[in-house]
Design a protein around this ligand. Structure first.
Ligand SMILES: *Cc1c(COP(=O)(O)O)cnc(C)c1O
Length: 403
């Protein structure tokens, strides 16, 4: 059953996420009565006796635009504090560099966002930070990967592009037992569908570029968690310089106001399209956590309030059919990224996961023929008709329908 009874919000607001997305953290009193937070387009502010970290300066993320967003995102994630940053990668890199020091080690799940994976593989080892890849579905194997310097565990709520769900409750339990900091990239779910802090995750990271902003027009990121830890990530990013520009902050705040309606619509639309694709004879497999055929459907239904807008699938006709099908689509654009109003389609092996070797992709289960579909906000019936028409346009031999 879906957990409709949960009422996310900062302890004390007692309000639903849709309300917090519109109002949490707004300025009191409203400057000049302004209904929306104005853009504070000023690099620095007059000194009024603040300590160093509270000085008004864009790079220190201390402007009113930053403060409102920090409180709003903390309310949505149900955490003590949150910080907005220049991108999802600023949130991820800043958090890893805060939690881990030279000589430290982190356990990471097997499939990770490409930027995160290459940060771990290419950059962090130069600073003496190592990692071990664990199977997120098999907690019995995790202890063997621990070292005396293991400090943290890093996972993603839904993996890209197979939308798998790690044993998230076991991650929290294992980390508590061994004194590790837990970090989770919640981008594919957004706090409308899942709030990892509710089950005990320490740091919750979002690429706000995706569902949080939801309009495909800015890059931004957020880090949410206990106030002391978020504060340390802020100081790290004060030095690295990955702060969010006030214009982008304004757009993110505007985008966040509709997070609830957007994500619920994308959940509903994706659910209907996934079921329709699964029933189509030209489709061999659909990966979507809302389908009963999904290996972690029971876990997703228990933990999440919605299954998200992302799915992936394969056609009976393989890669040739996938290419022909994607070019026959009229509504979805051929593009990477996700979470915006526009439906997007991409073949990961040829685009977002092209940087991996064929062996690495095979190991991660990312087959060449796999198609990733990010459900936008177009009418479900128009998307369904477009998918049907594109599938019907495939010559029977290409579609793999020989019978
Ligand atoms: C896009 C994305 C990121 C990186 O975010 P940017 O805003 O592009 O820096 C990180 N994790 C996931 C899951 C993403 O989809």
């Amino acid at each position: 059953m879906m957990g409709t009874a949960r009422r996310p919000g900062t302890p004390g607001t007692g309000r639903a996420a849709s309300t917090d997305a519109v109002h949490a953290g707004e300025q009191e009193p409203r400057p000049e009565g302004a209904v929306v937070t104005p853009i504070y387009q000023t690099a620095n502010y007059e000194l009024r006796g603040e300590d160093y970290h509270d000085i008004g300066y864009i790079r220190l993320s201390t402007t009113p635009n930053h403060r409102v967003l920090g409180e709003r995102i903390a309310a949505l994630e149900g955490t003590e504090a949150a910080l907005v940053l220049a991108s999802g990668m600023a949130a991820i890199s800043g958090s890893l560099l805060t939690v881990l020091s030279s000589g430290d080690h982190v356990l990471v799940q097997d499939t990770l966002y490409g930027g995160t994976a290459s940060l771990l593989q290419q950059d962090l080892p130069r600073f003496g930070i190592g990692h071990t890849v664990i199977d997120p579905q098999d907690p019995s194997g995790w202890a063997a990967s621990l070292t005396p310097t293991t400090r943290a565990m890093y996972v993603e709520t839904l993996t890209n592009p197979l939308v798998q769900v790690a044993d998230l409750e076991a991650v929290v339990a294992f980390a508590r037992e061994h004194g590790l900091v837990t970090m989770i990239d919640n981008t594919f779910a957004s706090p409308i569908n899942f709030r990892p802090a509710e089950i005990g995750f320490d740091l919750v990271l979002e690429s706000c570029t995706k569902y949080m902003n939801g309009h495909s027009d800015i890059v931004a990121g957020s880090v949410a968690g206990p106030a002391d830890l978020v504060r340390r990530v802020k100081v790290m990013q004060d030095h690295l310089g990955g702060s969010l520009d006030p214009h982008a902050a304004f757009l993110l705040e505007r985008g966040l106001k509709t997070l609830g309606v957007r994500v619920r619509e994308q959940n509903a639309s994706a659910g209907r399209l996934a079921a329709r694709l699964e029933a189509h004879p030209a489709v061999s497999v659909v990966h979507y956590p809302g389908l009963e055929s999904h290996a972690q459907h029971e876990r997703a239904a228990r933990l999440f309030d919605g299954f998200g807008g992302m799915m992936s699938f394969e056609l009976e006709g393989g890669t040739d059919a996938a290419e022909a099908f994607m070019s026959a689509l009229e509504i979805p654009m051929l593009a990477a990224s996700l979470g915006g109003p526009e439906s997007l389609v991409v073949r990961p092996a040829a685009a977002v996961h092209a940087g991996m070797s064929a062996e690495e992709r095979a190991k991660a289960g990312i087959r060449d023929a796999l198609i990733r579909f990010s459900t936008g906000l177009e009418a479900t019936e128009d998307l369904a008709a477009d998918l049907d028409r594109a599938l019907a346009s495939l010559p029977r031999a290409v579609a793999g329908l020989t019978a």
